[in-house]
Design a binder for this molecule. Structure first.
Ligand code: HEM
Length: 129
């Protein structure tokens, strides 16, 4: 049950990020939406970490070690990319316009990685037979 609540939040974060990208030309709205999405994502990771044993008990799940490692690696990379997005986004706001191309490329990369985090979360927890 808890796993589903986490995955619903994960989906909503991906959807919010898509909305933020669609509003990329409206700077202050873009910054607000992306900030909320990234903060919510960090809160989601904390929820998962704090209730890991609860998830395993509740869903009676076994984790596939390899796919779980892949999932966690993608998720950690995504959060590291958030750091770069904040850095390059703030740089642009302070007038360093040459960050724009990097911000765009890394932005779409970050979004792709976040989708992969969502997709692999379904493989990471496999119901016990
Ligand atoms: C995961 C988070 C983020 C993603 C995926 C993302 C993605 C993007 C994308 C795709 C663009 C369009 C670039 C272009 O077409 O040239 C853009 C523009 C921009 N972003 Fe972000 N962004 C994120 C976070 C942020 C943050 C945190 C800030 C500021 C603190 C920021 C500030 C900006 C600014 C100032 C622009 C230029 C808007 C304009 O065209 O005037 N972004 N972003």
């Amino acid at each position: 049950m808890e796993a589903i609540i986490m995955q619903v939040q994960s989906f909503l974060i991906v959807a919010l990020m898509l909305v933020g990208i669609l509003f990329r030309k409206r700077r202050s709205l873009h910054v607000k939406i992306m900030s909320i999405a990234m903060i919510w994502d960090v809160i989601l990771i904390l929820q998962i970490e704090l209730s890991r044993s609860a998830i395993l008990k509740a869903s009676n799940a076994v984790s596939n070690a390899l796919i779980l490692n892949i999932h966690v690696s993608i998720a950690v990379s995504t959060v590291l990319l958030y750091g770069y997005m904040v850095y390059s986004g703030r740089a642009m706001l302070s007038g360093k316009v040459h960050f724009r191309k990097n911000h765009r490329i890394m932005g779409y990369t970050t979004f792709f990685m976040r989708i992969m985090t969502f997709v692999t979360s379904f493989w990471a927890v496999v119901p016990k037979e």
